[in-house]
Design a protein around this ligand. Structure first.
Ligand SMILES: *Cc1c(COP(=O)(O)O)cnc(C)c1O
Length: 395
């Protein structure tokens, strides 16, 4: 495999690219979909070939036709130079960070980052002499004031996990790059369909494909896409850490990718309808959704993003634990469970107070994160309405 898997520039719109991009039925006996290639050993025909390793595939861990098809399809959506697949989204985060840091470095990390990313920075990196400084996600160009001589990378995630702060990514990227500092972004919320980090100055875009790309809650997978400057670092990390995705999961992600455009459009529309309706509900103190004009980061979302996914949060007016349980324990359509991006609606409680360090969470009532799935909005409203009624009835 060559170092870069940058696909030829496509004149097609993203919706069409998703359907036709990098799919070659001629290579799979005319069948529309390539089968999942499974395997470890790849044979070399001659001594010369095994010494030079001069053939497209050399060993299962280093890639196969199925992984290359997904890498290329994602790489062209992101406008990147090279995409690397990982076993899950979190591994994409840790691999991308490890690709750039060395002992003595400091990382600037957004305070609203996905919590396991924070745990990696706090629990693993210090053992290798790498420290982390958390910054206010809304800092924008002010990030320049935090850059130190040993700052190696700025990690961004927009909107933030659970609390959905919007970041001024182009301003952060400009300030960091003026000082030769790498900029990484966890772009899982929008997917490369609604936000392309590399086109806004980011060096490395990270995706939990587990969410919208797989889209059916039936597999874990991650992806890292970098620009040409990042490619050698990402390849070295992949090769030397032994990073490789499962074949079945890769195939499921390819299958999900083909319908990403229609699914996301529905998540966007239903998410907006639910968010607007929730703003009118007496039990709800606040709806935190970047595509609502009431969100403090709405202008950034409108300027930079092409759409919103189905994930946002609400804060309820203060209630007792028993009242909250009466609401959540008897929902019929909203399931309580982690992850999101599948076809079904989900709801989880969260509390950022214990782990935030640079910013504070002051909301007095309980916070809930909602994933709006592909069900009918009328049915979802009825499910939550009944929940709000139980909450009001319980003492
Ligand atoms: C879910 C998630 C991840 C991790 O993905 P997994 O596939 O579950 O490991 C990383 N970042 C964000 C923002 C996520 O929501």
């Amino acid at each position: 495999m060559t170092a870069s898997n940058k696909p030829p520039k496509s004149a097609l719109q993203p919706a069409t690219q998703l359907i036709h991009g990098h799919r070659d039925p001629a290579k799979s006996a005319g069948f529309i979909n390539m089968p999942p290639y499974r395997g470890s050993t790849v044979l070399f025909p001659t001594l010369d070939k095994i010494i030079s390793r001069d053939q497209p595939y050399t060993y299962g861990r280093r890639g196969n036709p199925t992984t290359v098809e997904l890498e290329q399809a994602l790489c062209s959506l992101e406008g990147g130079d090279r995409t690397i697949l990982t076993a899950n989204g979190f591994q994409a985060v840790t691999t991308a960070i490890l690709a750039f840091v060395q002992a003595g470095d400091d990382i600037l990390m957004t305070d609203s980052v996905y919590q396991p990313t924070r745990a990696f920075c706090d629990k693993i990196l210090p053992r290798f002499g790498v420290s982390t400084t958390y910054y206010d996600p809304t800092i924008g160009a002010g990030i320049a004031g935090l850059l130190k001589p040993n700052t190696r990378l700025v990690f961004t995630e927009s909107p933030g996990s659970q609390t959905f702060e919007m970041q001024d990514i182009p301003a952060i990227a400009a300030a960091a790059q003026a000082r030769g500092v790498w900029v990484l972004m966890d772009n899982t919320w929008a997917s490369p369909l609604y936000y392309q980090p590399l086109r806004h100055g980011v060096d490395v875009s990270i995706q939990a494909l587990t969410k919208y790309v797989v889209g059916h809650s039936d597999a874990l997978l991650g992806a890292i896409t970098g620009n040409a400057r990042a490619t050698p670092h990402l390849i070295a990390a992949k090769e030397n850490l032994g990073i490789c995705p499962g074949s079945e999961e890769t195939w499921l992600a390819l299958r999900g990718l083909r319908t990403l455009d229609v699914r996301l459009a529905r998540h966007h529309a239903s998410g907006m309808a639910m968010a607007q309706w929730l703003e009118t509900q007496a039990a709800v103190a606040k709806v935190i959704h970047p595509a609502l004009p009431s969100h403090p980061g709405h202008a950034l979302w409108k300027r930079d993003f092409c759409g919103a996914s189905g994930l946002f949060s609400i804060v309820l007016n203060p209630v007792s634990r028993a009242q909250l349980a009466a609401m959540l324990d008897h929902l019929h359509l909203f399931g309580m469970g982690y992850s999101w991006g599948g076809f079904e609606s989900l709801i989880i409680p969260f509390d950022p107070k214990p782990y935030r360090t640079t910013t504070q969470w002051h909301e007095p009532g309980p916070a809930l994160r909602l994933h709006i799935g592909l069900e009918s909005v009328a049915d979802l409203k009825a499910d939550l309405s009944a929940g709000f009624a139980r909450l009001a009835l319980t003492g």
